[in-house]
Design a protein around this ligand. Sequence first.
Ligand SMILES: Nc1nc2c([nH]c(=O)n2[C@@H]2O[C@H](COP(=O)(O)OP(=O)(O)OP(=O)(O)O)[C@@H](O)[C@H]2O)c(=O)[nH]1
Length: 130
Amino acid sequence: MKNSVIKVTCAIINFKGKILVVQRSEMMSMPLKWEFPGGKVEANESEIDCIKREIKEELDIEISISKRLTPSNYNYPNMSIELIPFLANHKEGEIFLKEHKQYLILAKHELSNLDWADADLPILKEIINL
Ligand SMILES: Nc1nc2c([nH]c(=O)n2[C@@H]2O[C@H](COP(=O)(O)OP(=O)(O)OP(=O)(O)O)[C@@H](O)[C@H]2O)c(=O)[nH]1
């Protein structure tokens, strides 16, 4: 399993022109790192179904997807991931965090101040240049 690439989707969710970001909890791997909400694609699941499911599970909100951005391939010491980003809009529901420590809704120029998971850095760059 060590050599297989794990597919992970994540969502860059637009809230009135700002972007929702979440911080991993102390109990998760990569504790306290910031990331875009999302998670692993399950067997026989489409990327779009995956991101909608993960957002419902993690934040209890519904989103609509507007665009797939460029995937980021990253080799962590113990695993390799393909992180697949989607631009999304908040459709309905109030945010209720099920797993993460906290969330922030930030303007684009504020994003780079956070301590991000390494795989997210190319995605961050793409978003800032959009
Ligand atoms: N959701 C999400 N995961 C990310 C991002 N960047 C990044 O490196 N990851 C990594 O991709 C994996 C996502 O899987 P997950 O969210 O389903 O994982 P998890 O915390 O349950 O995983 P684990 O318990 O296996 O570590 C995690 O190892 C996470 O650290 C990101 O922006 N969003």
